[in-house]
Design a protein. Structure first.
Length: 742
């Protein structure tokens, strides 16, 4: 528990750190007021920029303050709108408030346009955060929690809509549409808030945490579907059976077409944009175009644009082309600009009358209680039906009771569509803030009563090990090849990585003599199923190799694999062409050298030897080797070469030799644990030799290995020198080599 002096001290420190920004806001407001009072007319564009700057500063400051106390930043951005609106700023300093935020329709429309675009961008980001893989894995138990967790408060909301006083309704004669909207508003759960709280509590990878996230995702889909249906009913002005069927069937048809035909179209468009366009941030532009197009489609069929933007985000997030790099570009744009403007604009619509009138305040408190009890009891019953214990169901009930930004967006839609008035809007926003603030402490209290199960502990340990793996960070692999044996071997190895890790592969062909048919067939035949073709993109570039590679790597790849002819000027010394390609990419490199007969067909068996030294690069090489092994291949061999000592040793020498052996055994044990995590067979060997490089070559000959996978450090500067051991093996080896420079 935090004492009051500690909280006061923290508040003073935070306030002190924001003296300058708050002074900037005051200075900007004064300057704008002065300009307005001394000029006959004020440029609407200048005033619009001033509004954006004020909203961003105040929203960022308040969001930062709330985030320091463990609350979501969007609540601070919403409060920024309340403070800057007529309720607070307008009451304290009406002249300045009217100067910065005048009531003219033209000026309001400019800010509203940014806010409306912000809604679509927020929904795009929310859809991108929905992990469909997790949804498919935990659909059955999460569906039970979500179904009852949505149905119970939905029914209570409809009932509440029929007993609300007439003065709280925009159209007292038509309660059905407002009641349906109110039921939707009470039923929603915010995926972002749930995920953020679980991540802060380090509970996101627990089974209950994952089910909470999946249930919230299902709730979001159901909520935006209901918003689309209700908006369709409201736009037609009447509620009868044909109208209901038209809105419901139109929404269902849109969802079905989006997740079937639309999914393929979005994937194809993103892939074409990524592989064809060379301008900066072209993929981000394509994603925004997809969002706007799907929003327009939903508008044309008579339902709200929100569903189109949200579904667009889900499809974009499920695309194998989307990388963390591109997603962070979009997130930065949304979080830095659109979210503060939208939520602050929503705060403008809050009215102080709710907190000045005891009857309205009582109604707001009743709304909070109904929403919390309805959502909590529904999720609790859903958890019980799914087989969870009472304590586990209580965790689900507490975790689902957070509305957050999703509720505010829905309330804003209801206000703009005329489904609710300003007082009811303020009540719903108050309910969203209250449930969001209450969710973290209640969830922490419930989680303390649920011990972690043994299978969860083992799963968390396994996921922690996977999080440390090198290949998990390689979402996209760029393979640079030509018609040479090195190129054919690189394709085989890349195809195996694609099969085991479902990694997206882009093949950059430097020689037209290597046909696209051969590349596709060779790549696809490395897998038992041809479904991996969807993860393959082919490109041909006639420019110089280093120019083609430097242009392509800007699209965000996790690793570059190179297999080209004449890659060595002399044995062990890289050709200048290879050096230029390697220096064009600053990330992990995989350099392929075909020797002997590495496997003339894509289905050839590989016998893999991995020299290990106990450093990160050799561990990464072992990960790559495990990804290359297919069922039926011999186990990968992890080989540790220990330097030989003279037969007659003094006591300190014997101690150093014993220590060296223990180090080697520990290194091999670590590789064996990595193999166990990957469910891969492995053979470990420790040999004593005067020179490690000779021991590696000797073992490769004796074991008849066809591929040596070595981890090497990245050389400094442009010189392609990977050390004495790697150079010696490249000079003398008769076996194919994969050098991994991570």
């Amino acid at each position: 528990m935090c004492s009051l002096p500690k909280i006061a001290d923290a508040t003073r420190r935070i306030a002190a750190s924001y003296v300058s920004p708050l002074g900037t806001v005051a200075l900007l407001a004064s300057s704008t007021a002065y300009a307005a009072s001394t000029a006959s007319t004020t440029s609407s564009e200048t005033l619009f920029i001033a509004q954006i700057v004020v909203l961003l500063i105040v929203g960022r400051v308040l969001g930062e303050v709330l985030q320091r106390f463990g609350q979501p930043a969007v609540i601070g951005q919403l409060l920024a709108g309340v403070l800057l609106g007529p309720s607070v700023f307008g009451a304290l300093w009406p002249h300045v408030q009217q100067t910065i935020f005048p009531g003219g329709a033209e000026q309001k429309a400019m800010l509203a346009a940014v806010a409306d675009l912000g809604i679509l961008m927020v929904l795009l980001l929310a859809g991108m955060d929905a992990e469909l893989t997790l949804v498919r894995k935990l659909l059955r138990p999460a569906l039970s929690v979500s179904a009852l967790g949505f149905a119970v408060p939905f029914g209570l909301g409809i009932a509440l809509g029929y007993v609300l006083p007439a003065h709280l309704l925009p159209h007292s004669t038509d309660r059905l549409v407002t009641s349906l909207f109110l039921g939707t508003a009470l039923s929603v759960a915010s995926v972002k808030i749930v995920a953020t709280v679980l991540r802060d509590m380090n509970f996101i990878r627990h089974r209950l945490g994952a089910i909470l996230i999946v249930s919230a995702i299902i709730d979001d889909v159901a909520a935006w579907t209901m918003v689309a249906i209700v908006s369709g009913l409201a736009s037609r002005g009447i509620v009868d059976l044909p109208t209901v069927l038209r809105s419901t069937l139109g929404t269902a048809a849109f969802l079905v077409l989006s997740f079937t035909f639309g999914r393929s179209v979005v994937f194809a468009l993103m892939r074409w944009t990524n592989d064809t366009l060379v301008s900066e941030a072209a993929l981000v532009t394509a994603i925004i175009i997809v969002t706007g197009t799907m929003a327009l489609v939903t508008h044309l069929i008579g339902i709200h644009t929100a569903l189109g933007a949200f579904v667009a985000g889900i499809l974009v997030g499920d695309s194998p082309i989307l990388t963390r790099h591109v997603k962070e570009h979009i997130r930065s744009l949304v979080v830095a600009l659109f979210m503060p403007v939208f939520f602050a604009s929503a705060g403008f619509n809050a009215t102080p009358e709710v907190f000045e009138n005891w009857h309205l305040l009582g109604a707001a408190l009743a709304l909070i209680v109904i929403a919390s009890v309805g959502k909590g009891s529904g999720a609790f019953l859903g958890g019980a039906l799914a087989g969870f214990s009472r304590r586990e169901s209580l965790v689900l009930a507490c975790g689902m009771n957070a509305r957050g930004s999703t509720e505010i967006v829905i309330a804003s839609f209801g206000l703009s569509l005329g489904l609710i008035g300003s007082n009811l809007f303020t009540m719903i926003v108050t309910m969203a803030i209250a449930t969001t603030l209450a969710m973290p402490p209640t969830l922490r209290w419930a989680l303390r009563r649920v011990p972690m199960r043994e299978d969860e502990k083992s799963q968390l340990a396994r996921e922690a090990a996977e999080g440390r793996e090198f290949l998990t960070r390689v979402q996209r692999l760029l393979v640079v090849v030509d018609h040479s044996a090195n190129g054919r071997l690189a394709l085989q190895l890349a195809g195996r990585i694609a099969e085991s890790r479902r990694t997206t592969i882009t093949v950059l062909r430097l020689a037209a003599r290597m046909s696209e048919v051969a590349i596709r067939d060779g790549f696809a035949s490395t897998s038992a199923e041809a479904g991996n073709r969807a993860y393959l993109t082919l490109r041909t570039d006639a420019r110089a190799a280093e120019v083609a590679v430097s242009q392509e790597v800007q699209k965000g790849y996790g690793m570059l694999m190179v297999g080209i002819e004449n890659s060595e000027a002399t044995p062990g010394v890289f050709h200048e062409k290879m050096s230029r390609i390697a220096t064009a990419y600053a990330g992990p490199l995989a350099l392929v050298f075909a020797r002997g007969k590495p496997g003339d067909t894509p289905r050839s068996t590989f016998r893999i030897l991995v020299p290990v030294r106990g450093n990160s690069v050799s561990r990464h090489a072992a990960e790559v080797a495990f990804a290359l092994i297919r069922p039926g291949d011999p186990p990968m061999t992890a080989f540790y070469a220990m330097i030989a000592h003279p037969p007659r040793m003094h006591s300190p020498q014997r101690e150093r030799a014993a220590l060296a052996r223990r180090v080697g055994e520990a290194v091999l044990s670590d590789i064996a644990e990595l193999a166990h995590d990957d469910a891969q067979p492995v053979r470990t060997l420790l040999r004593v030799a005067p020179l490690p490089e000779d021991a590696i070559l000797r073992q490769a000959r004796l074991g008849r290995y066809t591929l040596i996978v070595m981890g090497v450090g990245r050389p400094a500067g442009k010189a392609m020198y990977f050390g004495k051991i790697a150079t010696h093996i490249m000079e003398k080896s008769e076996h194919s080599i994969l050098l991994l420079c991570s």
